[in-house]
Each structure stands twice: as structure tokens, then as C-alpha cells.
Design a protein around this ligand. Structure first.
Ligand SMILES: *[C@@H]1O[C@H](CO)[C@@H](O)[C@H](O)[C@H]1NC(C)=O
Ligand SMILES: *[C@@H]1O[C@H](CO)[C@@H](O)[C@H](O)[C@H]1NC(C)=O
Length: 217
């Protein structure tokens, strides 16, 4: 009996260690109370009374509308996660539309909590990700309309529109709240800034180079 319990505990522990995305739900749904947020902080959001749940809690509209790509990088991400659809709370999935101006770039970034599967709806993208240490291998592919590509959880990746026409992609992500770290912004544009002594040593360049890059953010 005790041995059985031990095996179960070990199994549960192993499962939680190998779980690569959001924890599984413990009920049909747990529609988030986003506003006003109750004064408790849990992993995810507090559920509303299931009797109050309506179709609109699982609904979003307007993903046919392109995002505005008139910015420094020429891309725009329209995220559809738990913050837009409260019914996604505890379900471990979300969606994003990415628009790219000609030669627009979705700059190197990571999602700390999600793998991503992307399909090209329009245009041509050069995409890639970098494996973790010690190899830091760059894995890239040119994607055409209808192609699908995967970015594994946590790895740095990017998408670049190679063409002189607009491009559009749609991504599924394995978290209700994938998170986003844009490498350049996080490293050179943090608030307050990381000291240029630290970054000069890390990047093996003169502090002036660091100051110049930091001034861009
Ligand atoms: C993305 O597009 C939306 C809708 O056009 C716009 O409100 C938002 O400011 C854009 N974001 C960026 C970073 O350009
Ligand atoms: C897109 O954003 C730019 C810069 O913020 C702005 O000038 C322009 O009016 C926006 N375009 C649309 C269609 O909203």
C-alpha cells in the first residue's frame, strides 16, 4: 500500500516535471474574472460563477483586421490570449496574428511559457530559432503561403518578411498567456537600464557602442 502511494507520488512529480505547458484544467472551464480582479493572486485567474458564463466569454472578433505596421520594425502582433478571451483561463492555448510590412521584422524574442506553431496566410517569411547552449545552432526556413513552422518553447526566434509585399501569419501558442521577451528591448531597453559596464563586458565591445544601442530604446 505504502509502496503504491510512493509510486503515485513519484509519478505525479515526474509528470509535473515533464509538463511543458500550462497546467491541466480541473473543471470544464474557469472563465477568468479580469475586471475587477479579485484581491487574491493565483496561478492564472480566479474563475467566475459557471452559471454566469456566456458564449461571449469564449469569443473574440476582428482578427481579420490587419495590425498597424507603421513602426520601427515593420510588424505588428495582434495577440488573442486570456486577456482578450477570459474563457481561455486554465486551457493552455492562445492565438496571435502577425502582420508584416514589406521587409518587416518580428525581432528576435522568446515566449517563456509557450511553444508556437505558425502558418503563413499571405506572403513569404524567413523564420528561425536558436537552440540553447552550448550549441546555439540557428535553424531557419523560408516559408510560403500555407507552410507551417514550429518554434519550441522558450527558444529565441524571429520572422522576417523577405518580400516587397505585405505578409500575414497566424500562430497557435501552448499557453493562455505565453509571455513575450523581445531580446533587444529587454537587454538594451530595460527600466532602469542595465549598466553599460555590464553590457560592455557581456558583449565584448566598448561602452560607447553600448550607449549608442541603449539610446535607440
Ligand atoms: C498594432 O496595431 C494596432 C491596431 O492597428 C495599433 O493600435 C497598435 O498601436 C500597433 N502596435 C504597434 C507596436 O505598432
Ligand atoms: C498607423 O500608425 C501610424 C504611426 O503611429 C499613424 O500615423 C497612422 O495613422 C496609423 N494608420 C492607421 C490606418 O491607423
Amino acid at each position: 500500500m505504502a509502496a503504491h502511494i510512493l509510486v503515485l507520488v513519484l509519478l505525479a512529480f515526474t509528470c509535473s516535471l515533464t509538463d511543458a505547458s500550462d497546467p491541466s484544467p480541473l473543471q470544464d472551464f474557469c472563465v477568468a474574472i479580469l475586471k475587477p480582479q479579485p484581491p487574491v493572486f493565483i496561478n492564472g485567474f480566479v474563475c467566475m460563477d459557471p452559471k454566469m458564463v456566456q458564449a461571449d466569454h469564449f469569443f473574440f472578433y476582428g482578427l481579420d483586421m490587419p495590425g498597424n505596421t507603421s513602426n520601427n520594425v515593420g510588424s505588428n502582433v495582434t495577440a488573442v490570449n486570456v486577456n482578450q478571451i477570459p474563457g481561455l483561463n486554465t486551457l493552455g492555448v492562445s492565438l496571435a496574428r502577425i502582420d508584416y510590412a514589406p521587409y518587416g521584422l518580428n525581432p528576435p524574442h522568446t515566449h517563456p511559457r509557450a511553444s508556437e506553431i505558425l502558418t503563413v496566410i499571405e506572403g513569404t517569411l524567413y523564420v528561425g530559432f536558436v537552440t540553447s547552449n552550448p550549441d546555439n545552432r540557428l535553424i531557419t526556413k523560408i516559408l510560403y503561403k500555407g507552410d507551417v513552422f514550429v518554434f519550441p518553447e522558450g527558444l529565441i526566434h524571429f520572422q522576417f518578411n523577405m518580400d516587397k509585399t505585405n505578409a500575414v501569419s497566424i500562430s497557435g501558442l501552448s499557453s493562455q498567456n505565453p509571455g513575450l521577451i523581445i531580446i533587444a528591448n529587454a537587454v538594451f531597453g530595460s527600466n532602469p537600464p542595465i549598466s553599460d559596464d555590464i553590457l560592455a563586458k557581456a558583449f565584448q565591445v566598448d561602452k560607447k557602442v553600448i550607449d549608442l544601442i541603449q539610446a535607440q530604446f
